[in-house]
Design a protein around this ligand. Structure first.
Ligand code: ADA
Length: 551
């Protein structure tokens, strides 16, 4: 399942989930899509190239659009042997079009690569695992020569009234100009416009409307509306796209974050897309289980560390009224990594694809960038600045942030709307939590962060599931719970702080190649409050109790 709601009623679509043929290093397999090849017993640690193929039958000559929600991490897509797309990054969707496919059987071939090297600036050995495979759903669509590429919905609230701007982006892939009519329907309001689209061109139309009787989207009040766009040509409906939207506005003022004019405190988890038996291709059932567990722990927010998430999970957040901090893909890249010749382009692509594809999710209230990268250097600062600028050019409605660990040396705190810091008091550093936090906030205020909301983007400690020890020693469940309790008690009772995200929701696999990550017990980051099978540690109940106290 590609999304949690219907996207098309006119455009014919077919999901390509199922068993695909797969070859790697001369061996053949039958692997599930979506899925990670590491879940096969012969490929547990395989890093390199693999080829997926699938035969599809097309009933009558048509244009085919393939939508890939995620391939990890590089994909070359071929249709009947002809290359139709190249894409880098496991965590952003992309589409590929094959024109005029004849009636009959065709072959889709996806060459996938998860190797590390200069070609990959963002996927490097890291404190999470870079799996291989077609890891998110794929769909096949039959499109006419003119079709709706995407919709951009921007709600606003002024003088007690809701209004919205709806932009419909249309593509003409045919060799002739077309006269078309675009119609939209949203919450009972209709709009219509006739326009010309040039041959092989893209155009867009913007509708501005007022809405009198709207129930806004809010934390825990997930009011959603279907936004339908339809295209017709010569009196015949030829295409449609349905989005699901919510009316809400996010503002940052007087050091607070406001949602629909009310100040909010974010109580959340950092969540990696990783599950013991799924790898990063987390199944819908396991996503729902994660969401249920997080909500049961009284969380109202989630941070998609450290990359854009599967759209079905974002759909769930929309449906549950959970606030999302979504971030581009980057974790712990030092200056050397940022100087990779592909770094700026790959970050730019990731941000563009993240915002183009996820702009309409009401749950996303913050865009994050570059977790713990070289924000203490001049060259790093230039790149942070460039990325914030790119985000603001694409989206003026959401605040920006970045989680820093460059304590007392960061020179980028003046750039985002919200200042966020990762803090491991009592785990990596034996210090007084409150004193350390005061020191940090003082420094933030004097280093460009004054008058900005502050979020503690990571706080946590590790424990091995099931390891109990009454001495409350390090790595015991008891010690983890103590550390989390002490930290949350400080941050959640400090008026200067607008949110806190526990590191992390669930234990995740880390890479063994390179870096110090291989020293992590079990080759996992064990700071989950649940383990990789979602078995709760003592700290789960601690977070639940602490989050409940704070409304
Ligand atoms: C960092 C980082 C996380 C994780 C964490 C830890 O702050 O952002 O990805 O590595 O520390 O467990 O140490």
């Amino acid at each position: 399942m590609i999304r949690l709601f219907e996207n098309h009623r006119v455009r014919e679509t077919r999901e390509l989930d199922g068993i695909w043929d797969f070859t790697a290093e001369g061996k053949s397999f039958k692997l599930p899509v979506p899925g990670c090849w590491e879940q096969h017993p012969d490929l547990l640690c395989y890093r390199g190239k693999g080829i997926y193929t699938k035969k599809v039958y097309i009933k009558q000559s048509s244009n085919i659009r393939l939508e890939f929600k995620g391939v990890s991490h590089t994909a070359d897509v071929y249709f009947d042997g002809v290359k139709i797309a190249h894409h880098y990054n496991a965590f952003t969707p992309f589409a590929a079009v094959a024109e005029n496919a004849a009636e009959g059987e065709h072959e889709i071939r996806v060459e996938v690569d998860n190797s590390f090297g200069e070609h990959s600036a963002l996927h490097i050995p890291n404190d999470y695992y870079t799996y291989g495979g077609i890891t998110r759903p794929v769909s096949l669509e039959i499109i006419s020569g003119v079709y709706i590429e995407r919709i951009r919905f921007t709600p606003s609230f002024n003088n007690g009234k809701w209004s919205a701007e709806t932009e419909i982006i249309i593509k003409n892939i045919s060799a002739v100009p077309k006269k078309i009519t675009v119609k939209t329907t949203l919450a009972g309001a209709k709009s219509e416009r006739a326009l010309d689209v040039g041959a092989a061109a893209e155009t867009s139309v913007i509708f501005k409307q007022n809405f009198d009787d709207i129930k806004p989207w809010f934390v825990g009040e997930p009011n959603l509306y279907a936004l339908t766009a339809e295209l017709s040509c010569g009196g015949k409906i030829i295409d449609d796209l349905i989005e699901r939207v919510g009316f809400r506005v996010v503002e940052v003022k007087e050091s607070k974050i406001y949602l629909n004019g009310k100040p909010v405190f974010l109580k959340g988890f950092n969540r990696h897309e990783d599950y013991a038996v799924d790898g990063c291709a987390v199944s819908l059932q396991h996503m729902v289980q994660d969401m249920d567990l997080m909500q049961n722990a009284n969380a109202n927010a989630v941070r998609t560390c450290h990359y854009p998430n599967d759209e079905r999970f974002l759909d769930l957040c929309d449906e549950r009224g959970i606030m999302v901090w979504e971030e581009n893909h980057a974790r712990g890249l030092g200056l050397n990594d940022m100087q990779n010749p592909n770094f700026e382009r790959q970050c730019g692509d990731c941000i563009r694809e993240m915002i183009e594809n996820h702009y309409n999710h009401p749950s996303i209230v913050i865009w994050g960038i570059l977790n713990e990268c070289a924000s203490e250097t001049d060259e790093g600062r230039r790149m942070y600045k460039k990325q914030y600028k790119q985000i603001k050019a694409m989206d003026k409605t959401r605040p920006t942030t970045s989680a820093t660990c460059r304590h007392f040396t960061d020179i980028c705190l003046d750039l985002p709307d919200v200042v966020s810091f990762n803090m491991y008091s009592k785990w990596y550093q034996d210090c007084d939590v409150s004193e350390r936090s005061n020191e940090e906030i003082e420094w933030i205020y004097n280093s460009g962060g004054a008058n900005k909301p502050i979020i503690v983007s990571e706080v946590g400690a590790a424990a091995i599931y099931g390891y109990r020890d009454r001495s409350r020693c390090k790595w015991s469940e008891e010690r983890q719970a103590d550390i989390i309790r002490e930290n949350l008690a400080v941050y959640m009772n400090d008026e200067r702080i607008s949110g806190v995200f526990v590191w992390q929701f669930a234990d995740c696999r880390v890479t063994e190649e390179g870096g110090w990550f291989q020293s992590r017990a079990r080759c996992r980051n064990n700071k989950g409050v649940v383990d990789e099978y979602r078995r709760p540690k003592i700290a789960y109940d601690t977070v639940r109790e602490m989050f409940e106290k704070h409304h």
